[in-house]
Write a protein that binds this ligand. Sequence first.
Ligand code: SF4
Length: 418
Amino acid sequence: MATVSLLPKDRADLSQIMKVAEAQPARDAKPSLLGMTREELGQALADVGVEDRQIRMRTAQLWHWMYLRGAASFDAMTNVSKDMRAALAERYTIGRPEIVTEQISVDGTRKWLFRFPARGAGRPVEVETVYIPEEGRGTLCVSSQVGCTLTCSFCHTGTQKLVRNLTREEIVAQIVVARERLGDFPEVAANARKDAEGLLPSEGRLVTNIVMMGMGEPLYNFDNVREALLIASDGDGLSLSKRRITLSTSGVVPMIPRAGAEIGTMLAISLHAVRDDLRDELVPLNRKYPIAELLDACRAYPGLSNARRITFEYVMLKGINDSPADARELVRLLKGIPAKINLIPFNPWPGSAYECSDWDEIETFAEVVNRAGYASPIRTPRGRDILAACGQLKSASERLRVRERMALEAMIGGGGED
Ligand code: SF4
């Protein structure tokens, strides 16, 4: 694979920033161990002849190599016998997706376009994953679907029809490969930081937080997202605290209690409007699950406290949802919910119908919300030069024919009826 060089922060010619990594060879068709539960790994080991009494210990070894050490091949697993490595390599892979592009913004934000195999119908698919470094933390924004069934009118991804759900392996792979490319597995972290001075957190882990806010609606791919996030938060492997993982939904109300009970991460809601008529337009799922129902589900989310608040995302659209009256209504609606409000200056994309609110309007809005006692950080737009900002992700994966897509949509679990 080609290396990607970092350019000085003040380099003006943004077109120079994009570096295209060499495509990796297409993966073979063997099943991957990445994304398997411990039980499934145990079965995989049994299938290559590991004795029952050794399964637990061998499973722990594989888990350690894949998620703590970031091993990309069985050969790297030096405390596993040669025979077993060969037997595993014959039937399984822990291969990586093809990295189509890796872009690095002047502000250190990185965006990868990953290509995954077709999995039955259609062609290989591409998804985007974004890394946002900040002082003392690094957030990875992970995709859950290729495209999206929802058509939020301010969102670029929403213009790309759903191609398919990502598997849990593909969701986990985004995290593992991003950490690998950043040098966030222990042996290589120091060098990566040295090379990327000023563009990565100066100490600690590089990926400290995960947000399921990339392409797709995670609660329409519930089972895969749950299994992937349970792997991400497993203390013997990737080991990210559930308090540092946020699942963001546009408001699939029936799945919110299950997300709380079965995944238990932090929750974010793409709210964006305080009246149903406007939210029906901005987030069409609102016609099915209106604001009052959505907020009831939020009130019942388990474990809420001032230290464990729900984040409400609010994109600032000029003349649409940004008046002081809107801010006051927001405060009224959120009463009784431990909440944080993220104000997101709108990031225009080619063909979008909205403009970003003026800075004064955003500040006035923030002031109303702040005065009511809610933290309301204004999210600095990141990675604008590489279209990595919120709502700008869109891959060029081929759309499936309508019939194929309907069949796939019908397969989506839980709230997949839209
Ligand atoms: S905001 Fe999220 S749910 Fe809405 S269209 Fe975009 S990706 Fe889909």
